[in-house]
Design a protein around this ligand. Structure first.
Ligand code: DAH
Length: 356
């Protein structure tokens, strides 16, 4: 085989190798074969010594030409691979900033938040303000100030979760610097105390928020749930104002077909106290499984603020009287939408949440 044929063959095989590669890595891997000392073309260079002197220039030129051709093919392949890898990278890092019109993929407020905001709206429409208090409370605000001293039997109504403060088991911010336990509030009623302490009557406010009880989760209980508290303190407030307000609220929130009624009950922070029921929202009073055929469902507790509570908050009960009420928000949403299991609201399965 002539030297020229050998050069042509070495060039063809180098080009063939380049064509076999599919990406930058495989191209890089064959570079020693193409350009290394042991590459076919380099080996041919070593033959130069054996070539006749007069032919040397031609052979040299043919070798250079072949080497140049291989270099160009390599460079072209490299450029092609670099371009496509850059494109792949850009594609993978691409951010689609166009507005999505797939509305069913868009999030929305949780059912409980929606219910809470709707309740606030109704009360704000009736002239109430919205107040908030801390979720970690002192014993004073959650119990004592609400006429529930330490040994009071009614404390057992609340399965309280106490906070472990580590080294410090108590802090001294009870009334008169007394040591106080810290707990997770068991109801929103402590916000009543905080409001009365911080602003002077007349007071018309609602306090929605999260509350905690040592309960095992089941279809109708959760250890964490939500309540809304109402508090009115003004001159000449009577039980009929309470009944009227609850009735107004019921009609505004549920619609005209639903009304409310009061049943005598007991709460330490109100005197007299009542339980308030609303017409069953499922059967509208006809009697069904949800209302145990009574036509009514219990919504919450209420009453005239106990004089001891007013006194504990520095409000003169000779001048001012007031009423308060409190009810569960989660249960309300449950009834309104006919949800069977309270736990469904908190497992955060989007297929469930999306429905509301
Ligand atoms: N705090 C009570 C509870 O969680 C509900 C309640 C009853 C609130 C009577 C009140 C009230 O404001 O007056 O069971």
């Amino acid at each position: 085989m002539s030297v020229y044929d050998q050069i042509a063959e070495a060039q063809a095989s180098a080009i063939g190798e380049i064509e076999k590669t599919g990406d930058l890595d495989s191209l890089k891997a064959i570079e020693p074969v193409l350009f290394g000392k042991k590459s076919a073309l380099s080996s041919l260079k070593r033959l130069m010594g054996e070539v006749d002197a007069e032919e040397r220039a031609d052979v040299g030129q043919a070798l250079n030409q072949a080497q140049q051709t291989v270099r160009e093919a390599h460079a072209a392949a490299k450029e092609k691979f670099e371009l496509s890898s850059r494109r792949a990278q850009l594609e993978s890092e691409r951010l689609d900033l166009t507005e999505s019109l797939q509305t069913d993929n868009r999030g929305h407020l949780h059912l409980v938040t929606q219910t809470m905001e709707r309740l606030e709206d109704v009360f704000v429409g009736m002239g109430f303000t919205v107040s908030e208090g801390p979720q970690a409370e002192t014993d004073w605000y959650n119990f004592e100030a609400l006429n529930l001293p330490a040994a009071h039997p009614a404390r057992s109504m609340f399965d309280t979760l106490y906070l472990d403060l580590g080294e410090r088991t108590e802090i001294g911010d009870g009334e008169g610097g007394e040591a106080t336990n810290i707990l997770l509030r068991t109801h929103t009623s402590p916000v009543q105390v905080r409001v009365m302490e911080s602003i002077a009557p007349p007071i018309y406010t609602v306090c929605p928020g999260r509350v905690f009880r040592r309960d095992t989760a089941d279809a109708s209980h959760m250890p964490v749930f939500h309540q809304i508290e109402g508090l009115v303190v003004d001159r000449g407030i009577s039980l009929s104002d309470l009944a009227g307000t609850l009735n107004e609220f019921t009609a505004a929130y549920f619609g005209g077909a639903i009304s409310s009624r009061l049943r005598p009950s007991y709460f330490p922070f109100t005197e007299p106290s009542a339980e308030f029921d609303i017409t069953c929202v499922i059967c509208e009073g006809d009697g069904c499984q949800t209302c145990q055929r009574t036509g009514w469902i219990e919504l919450g507790g209420c009453g005239m603020v106990h004089p001891n509570v007013l006194a504990n908050c520095g409000v003169d009960s000779e001048e001012w009287t007031g009423f308060a009420f409190g009810f569960g928000i989660d249960r309300l949403a449950l009834m309104r939408y006919g949800i069977k299991d309270l736990r469904d609201m908190y497992t955060n399965d989007v297929r469930f949440l999306r429905q509301f």
